[in-house]
Design a protein around this ligand. Structure first.
Ligand code: GRF
Length: 210
C-alpha cells in the first residue's frame, strides 16, 4: 500500500480528484495518510476532513525563520512515513532537504505542457494568461517529479488541451483542470503505486502493464 501525503494551498480540486479516484478504484493500492496545507483557510483541508482524512496546517507565518519552518515541516512529514508526496496546488517552495530526502518520491501537477509556460513566476492564472498572450492553440498539463529546480524534474505524464476562441484565463484554467489535471494526476499516482514508474538518466520510463 502506497502511503501518500498531499500538500495543498487552495481549493483542492486536484485533491478531490485523487480522493474520488481512490474511491472509484482508479487508483489502487494507495491511501492518503495526511493532507498538509500552509494556509489554514484552504478549502482543501475541509475536503480532506469530510473524507475523514487527517489534515493539518503548517504555516511559515507561525515560525520566526524559514529554517524553523522547514525543520518543523520535515519533522511533521516524517511522522507519517509516507512513500509519496503529491504537490496539488502547493504554493510554498519545498526546502532542499525534503527534496533530497524524497528524491523521485515527490510529484507536482503543473497546468501547462512543460517546458512551455513554466518556471519561476508561472503559477495559477499567470500560466494561462501567458498561454493566451502567446496565442498557442494547444496547452495542457504535466505531472512531473520534483527536483531542486522549478518545474524542471522528470516528466511523468502530459495531456494536451485545446485553446478556444474567446477563452479567458479563467475559462482555460477550468478546461485544463477538467480535461487534463484531474485525469493525469490520479493516473500518475496509480502508475507509481503499481511500481510501473522509474527514472532512468533523468527521464521517466513507464513499464508496460503485464
Ligand atoms: C492547479 O491548477 C494546479 O495545476 C496548480 O495549482 C492549481 C491547484 O488547484 N499547481 P486546486 O487547489 O487543486 O483546485
Amino acid at each position: 500500500m502506497l502511503k501518500i501525503a498531499v500538500l495543498v494551498s487552495g481549493g483542492g480540486t486536484n485533491l478531490q480528484a485523487i480522493m474520488d479516484a481512490i474511491d472509484a478504484g482508479d487508483i489502487q493500492d494507495a491511501a492518503i495518510s495526511v493532507v498538509i496545507s500552509n494556509n489554514k483557510n484552504a478549502f482543501a483541508l475541509e475536503r480532506a476532513a469530510k473524507k475523514g482524512i487527517e489534515n493539518i496546517c503548517i504555516s511559515p507565518k507561525d515560525y520566526e525563520s524559514r529554517e524553523d519552518f522547514n525543520r518543523a515541516f520535515l519533522e511533521k512529514l516524517e511522522i507519517y512515513q509516507v512513500d509519496l508526496i503529491v504537490l496539488a496546488g502547493f504554493l510554498v517552495v519545498l526546502p532542499g532537504e525534503i527534496i533530497t530526502r524524497y528524491e523521485n518520491r515527490i510529484i507536482n501537477i503543473h497546468p501547462s505542457l512543460i517546458p512551455s509556460f513554466c518556471g519561476k513566476g508561472f503559477y495559477g492564472l499567470k500560466v494561462h494568461e501567458a498561454a493566451l498572450l502567446r496565442g498557442v492553440k494547444i496547452t495542457g498539463a504535466t505531472v512531473h517529479f520534483v527536483d531542486k529546480g522549478t518545474d524542471t524534474g522528470p516528466i511523468i505524464l502530459q495531456k494536451a488541451v485545446e485553446v478556444k476562441e474567446g477563452d479567458t484565463p479563467e475559462i482555460l484554467q477550468r478546461r485544463v483542470m477538467e480535461e487534463a489535471e484531474w485525469k493525469i494526476l490520479p493516473r500518475a499516482i496509480d502508475l507509481i503505486a503499481k511500481g510501473r514508474v522509474s527514472v532512468i538518466d533523468g527521464k521517466v520510463n513507464i513499464k508496460e502493464e503485464i
